[in-house]
Design a binder for this molecule. Sequence first.
Ligand code: MD3
Ligand code: FE
Length: 217
Amino acid sequence: MNDLFDNLLADDGAGDVTLGPGAAILRGFARPHETALVGAFRAMIADAPFRHLITPGGYRMSVAMTNCGAVGWVSDRSGYRYAPIDPDSGKPWPAMPEAFADLAAKAAAHTGFAGFRPDACLINCYEPGAKLSLHQDKDELDLDAPIVSVSLGLPAVFQFGGMARSDRPARHRLTHGDVVVWGGPSRLAYHGVMPLTDGEHPLLGRQRINLTFRKTR
Ligand code: MD3
Ligand code: FE
């Protein structure tokens, strides 16, 4: 019966949306900062370009990734981990731009997490067709800290499930400037991103960029 509604979104894209205790979509929260964010992003990826990581199972991820901050998330045939050195450059990851860290702290405080100081920012780049399968983020040592995500560029449909992979996920459209804070019990919820629909964004072209701020240690 619910199959009839599979393509419907769980919200209409206006106003803040509460997803659960400690978890909310802040519609357009990053919009006033878009120029500073995109400028800092462009400078940062010049030092640590996007790359397609290989999963421990040997698959090339369709999403391209890079990082800034004290540590960055990496994956290869030997597993996943947070590492202080970019394996491609052999150098530390670029420092986290002030504009990034400030916005993440403001969004976390707005949702009830005062004093959020992320040490890692994982940056995902989706081109048309790229997707992220349902997964949990549990490689971080401090699971009491939230994850803050900032969406830029083309819109995507985000899947927000439960504590079991088999729980049917709700779907939410995330557009340019949306910020999501995931704390409390939602921190360990399964989530993913549907294949990106092609389009052209005025600032970022044919891509979606997602910044996720994490406290890993
Ligand atoms: C819910 N990124 O990088 S951001 C990821 O849009 C990731 O690129 C997606 O999932 C993206 O790991 C989703 C939203 C997000 C991030 C972390 C979460 C949602 C989350 C952790 C727990 C629950
Ligand atoms: Fe995730």
